[in-house]
Design a protein around this ligand. Structure first.
Ligand SMILES: Cc1ncc(COP(=O)(O)O)c(C=O)c1O
Length: 430
């Protein structure tokens, strides 16, 4: 099939009639499908059943240093959980604070303490006229919601397969001291599945921000979330903590991780990795929030996974379930849309998403069209600050939750929607 833009008006109209009929046909089936949120499927959660009973008696509740996990204590986490996260992130245990169940809370708190009390001796952001954040786009909607909640102005920075446009990042942070942070998902990014190149990581570590309290919010949510076992299909990310130390900027970054998509989302364990000064500051504020986190859950995780190898082996079981799902979606996209010039998409080696770019001005209509046939997608615009995609073209595809059979149907509805909306768009100018 030729690119749609090369078809005549008559050819487009004939094609539209054919596709309309196919669309009405699927619509009539009354499907209910959801490709909107990045959730693991139930079978993935079932895999970690042993975690539920990993600590099951009074004798088993003590940490390696004899602390009773049922009681208060160890505010910054149990030693063995610090060690596990340190190994995952290739740092030392004293560079880790282990928190509660979700990393988003930890990110929210990092923004909140800068906002209410200020960090590194700087003026609290709440007392400044203007506070801004850089937001690589498309990106993760919940990051953008946190900064929007605090009234922080968000500036779009285009993403590339190598990471954010670093020329722009360097320029903006150097010239504007109201820019206080940047949201990053450096490995298997949400939604494109891109991993920042070594050069990008080094340029981040060497940033010279005008604001002393500028921080890189390095959300390494997908750090071990490969889809493939082969080494050449596993993306590698340079260690930002080490690079910042080498560049003489140890305080520049907060790294966040969690086991949300390793064990259970909402019932996992989260951690922050940073410099001694940053961790001390976080701990000082945490003293007012909580006496200790859920150490039993931390202990359960360590007992169940045992060590980094245990975690990696578990991640390969996730990959075995998710890989065919990603491949099903990618095959439908390639077979049905390849060469038509009406969409481009990423082909990630890991993470939870595929990012789709439709023709300009088509994303909202495609998502609405798919919904007519019973397929729920992430809202168009969600991948941009304030929900505003300036080109109205990006759509996030989340293939993990539906079954492979459902995905084949969902993929079909999606491509039909893309084709029909694109034809309508092309016909506007004929
Ligand atoms: C980039 C990113 N960070 C964080 C989260 C949520 O993590 P948590 O459950 O630890 O708050 C997600 C979930 O989709 C995510 O995609």
């Amino acid at each position: 099939m030729k690119p749609y833009s090369e078809l005549t008006k008559e050819e487009l109209l004939a094609l539209k009639a054919e596709l309309d009929a196919a669309f009405e046909d699927v619509k009539g089936k009354g499907m209910k499908l959801d490709m909107s949120r990045g959730k693991p499927a139930t079978v993935q959660l079932d895999m970690a059943e042993g975690l539920l009973s990993a600590v099951s008696s009074n004798e088993e509740v003590y940490t390696e240093n004899g602390t009773d996990c049922r009681n208060y204590g160890l505010l910054t986490g149990i030693p063995e959980a610090k060690k596990l996260f340190a190994d995952i992130c290739e740092v030392e245990p004293n560079q880790v604070i282990v928190y509660g169940n979700a990393s988003l809370t930890v990110m929210f708190d990092a923004v909140a303490r800068s906002y209410t009390h200020g960090i590194a001796g700087c003026t609290p952001w709440s007392k400044l006229d203007k506070v801004k954040f850089l937001c690589p786009v498309p990106g993760y909607d919940r990051h953008f919601s946190i900064t929007e909640y605090f009234g922080i102005e968000m500036i779009n920075v285009p993403m590339t397969p190598e990471g954010p446009d670093m020329d722009l990042v360097e320029k903006l942070v150097a010239e504007d001291d109201s820019i206080k942070g940047i949201w990053c998902v450096p490995k298997y990014s949400n939604p494109q599945g891109y991993t920042y190149s070594d050069e990008t990581v080094r340029r981040f570590a060497a940033l010279k921000p005008a604001a002393k309290d500028f921080r890189i919010f390095w959300d390494n949510a997908y750090c071990i979330h490969h889809l493939y076992e082969e080494a050449d299909r596993q993306d590698q990310l340079l260690n930002i903590i080490t690079e910042c130390e080498k560049a003489g900027n140890p305080d520049l970054v907060y790294e966040f991780v969690s086991t949300s998509k390793v064990s259970y989302p909402g019932a996992g364990v989260a951690a922050m990795i940073s410099s001694e000064a940053n961790l001390k500051e976080a701990e000082r504020h945490m003293n007012f929030q909580i006496i200790s986190h859920d150490k039993l859950n931390q202990l359960r995780h360590v007992r169940y996974f045992k060590n980094l190898d245990g975690v990696k082996a578990h991640m390969m079981k996730h990959a075995a379930i998710m890989r065919p799902k990603f491949e099903t979606v990618l095959q439908v996209l390639e077979k049905e849309l390849g060469g038509l010039g009406i969409g481009e998409w990423t082909k990630p080696n890991g993470g939870y998403f595929i990012s789709f770019d439709a023709m300009e001005g088509c994303a909202k209509k495609i998502v609405a069209k798919a919904k007519e046939a019973g397929l729920v997608m992430t809202g168009a615009g969600a991948t941009y600050p304030y929900g505003k995609d300036p080109k109205d073209s990006n759509i996030r595809i989340a293939p993990t939750y539906p079954t492979p059979e459902e995905l084949a149907v969902a993929g079909n509805i999606f491509v039909l929607s893309v084709k029909l909306v694109s034809i309508e768009k092309l016909l506007e100018n004929r």
